[in-house]
Design a protein around this ligand. Sequence first.
Ligand SMILES: *Cc1c(COP(=O)(O)O)cnc(C)c1O
Ligand code: SF4
Length: 443
Amino acid sequence: MKEYRSYTLQNYQEIPQSASLSNKDREAIEVVGRVLPFKTNNYVTDELIQWGQLKNDPIFTLNFPRRALLLPHHYQEVKELMAKSREEALKASLTQIRRELNPNPSGQEYNVPEFRGVRLHGLQHKYRETVLLFPRPGQTCHAYCTFCFRWPQFSNLQEMKFSIHEDYKLYLAYIKAHPKVTDILFTGGDPMTMNASLLRAYIDPLLSAEMEQIRNIRIGTKALAYWPYRFTTDPDADEVLRLFEYVVKSGKHLSIMGHFNHPVELSTDAVQEAIKRIRSTGAQIRTQSPVLRHINDDPKVWADMLRRQVALGCIPYYMFVARDTGAKHYFEIPLAQCQLIFKEAYQKVSGICRTVRGPSMSDHAGKIQILGVSDDGNRKLFVLRFIQGRNPDWVAKPFFAEYSATATWFDQLKPAFGAQKFFFEDELSYYLRDALERDAGAY
Ligand SMILES: *Cc1c(COP(=O)(O)O)cnc(C)c1O
Ligand code: SF4
């Protein structure tokens, strides 16, 4: 059995391999780690990081604060306040910097409904069929990703927390009141940080006869990549697997949405054993990742990752565009380049790996995929489509934007053919206004 040891700002010096950190590395950890959440663990440090080549190690970059994750003026400001031990000023500056890092991208608060006079903080309902649930005890992860768009969940930005802190019965009633909801996606944080009995308490009510409408239960998790022992040698690992079996036997489809950013995360005996054990319960594993500079901005890396996933029996699902939050200046890639990485990776792999869809931006309006670039010799256009939309009627219709070599998000794109707006924009403002009025108490 592997005993979980987490490392944070307070104790990272105890990492056995930390002797290979230079003084500069340590300073960066201590300065950047004050702004962005930092947590890693002994699986990541023992099995995934190549300590001999830290400079470019993708997993080190994924978990450890590097200097370049902060803009130089932010870095300087925090460093100076720390040196002067000005705690009050430091606190104020940390709060201010975090606010400047766009802590809640793409208006997630618009997706939080009010029901019977109560705001359901642990639920997001954006797409007709699928409800996201955020179990309160699952609002942490086995290690934190430095690019995470849910990072305010782990910082002291309390008011931004999404988590179930109202009566769960109310959530079930909400779902029943929306009979078109067929999918529940448990997310976080990482729901697989919960113990088996907590997990069962959230899942069990969805299996009852009353909840016949629910066909698919998904659990979004990074545990396969960051703590695969969750499914192998943890004290309640067998109980977790029995729960999965029980869900499948009850007739629901169970999909573990595995978050993998790099092929290294698929390479250890522990993760391969974990995947095998999950698959033996009848649950499926689908995989997803953003495309990130410094981590996987290379079609060869993606092709390798997709092939390994399929070889292990996983189903590639999404390639996302990294969201505009936190250390985005470090990780972001122009949309044109994201599309090239997708296209070249897709061209390299066989048909069974091509269940992956992307690159996809989760914007206010929905999941917008860049299908490709159309170029007739006169003009270049992005061909786009919705994979998911706030209005399901928007889905799967191609539409066009002017090509841009530099745009990194949908809001930087212009409609093609001189149009003033994209076809869905009027309707979208109607949806968002609706949400604002609800916030203002008009409902
Ligand atoms: C991605 C996402 C979903 C799930 O969409 P699928 O296409 O069904 O995987 C649901 N809700 C939100 C808010 C999402 O971002
Ligand atoms: S595992 Fe997911 S929620 Fe947790 S830090 Fe990484 S990206 Fe964020």
